[in-house]
Write a protein that binds this ligand. Structure first.
Ligand code: C5P
Length: 228
């Protein structure tokens, strides 16, 4: 049994590396904003009843309008960093939610099954993160000089959606902000706070859109999916 959950969809970034005028989550892919792709995937997971979206300041109404008819949602103003956006969203997550899934709007190809899989992995952990193996040899480089080669056996690339027990996620974020620690995903916040995070197999198709090349790859992938 998966716990009753709420999803936080992170759409509060500016997406400068994408080079578009619109913030990344609002850029269209196959005729739909990335935010809507992410919201539809989250809401298609049977355990997730509603979503909270962190939108960039000034674009809250636009986010709300885009999600009209998509499903139950609330919109909050995102923070200066991703971690700040999660904290803002946590403020409106109902206290009765047992589990919280955090998902980046920048990953439009996450399947509903991956949301279910991370939630199921909470049975013996406080958090769960999908990961992929590192295909390349990994170097530690400083100032253009190779300091060494890392063993990639124990390294993994983290994706979202990531699922958490609501109490652990709230506690970890509370401690991180108190300590002035700002990290790039929620699993890292839980790890830092000493909680147990399980890794489950990620999905290579669930790639993050960061650069214009990623967006071009995403258009091709969306075309393939549409053609079946
Ligand atoms: O910049 P990056 O791609 O790592 O951002 C990951 C996700 O976090 C994106 O979906 C972005 O919209 C979101 N984010 C946010 N608030 C910020 C920065 C990023 O919600 N201040």
């Amino acid at each position: 049994m998966t716990p009753a959950a709420i999803a936080i969809v992170l759409a509060g970034g500016s997406g400068e590396r994408l080079g578009e005028r619109t913030p990344k989550a609002f850029v269209a892919l196959g005729g739909r904003p990335l935010l809507v792709h992410a919201a539809l995937a989250a809401l298609a997971c049977p355990a997730i009843g509603s979503i909270v979206v962190a939108a960039p300041e000034g674009l809250e109404d636009l986010a709300h309008a885009m999600l009209e008819g998509v499903g139950a949602h609330a919109v909050v103003t995102g923070g200066a960093t991703r971690q700040g956006s999660v904290r803002a969203a946590l403020e409106v997550v109902p206290p009765e939610a047992e589990a919280i899934v955090c998902h980046d709007a920048a990953r439009p190809f996450a399947r509903p099954e991956l949301f279910t899989a991370v939630l199921s992995a909470l049975q013996d952990a406080d958090g769960a993160v999908p990961v992929l193996p590192v295909p390349d040899t990994v170097k530690r480089v400083r100032g253009g000089i190779v300091l060494g080669t890392e063993s990639r056996e124990e390294l993994a690339l983290a994706q979202t959606p990531q699922a958490f027990s609501a109490s652990a996620l709230r506690e970890a974020h509370r401690r991180a902000v108190e300590a002035g620690v700002d990290l790039t995903d929620d699993a890292a916040v839980l790890e830092w706070a000493g909680f147990r995070v399980r890794a489950i197999p990620g999905d290579p198709a669930n790639f993050k859109i960061t650069t214009p090349d990623d967006l071009a790859r995403a258009e091709l992938h969306a075309g393939d999916l549409a053609r079946g």
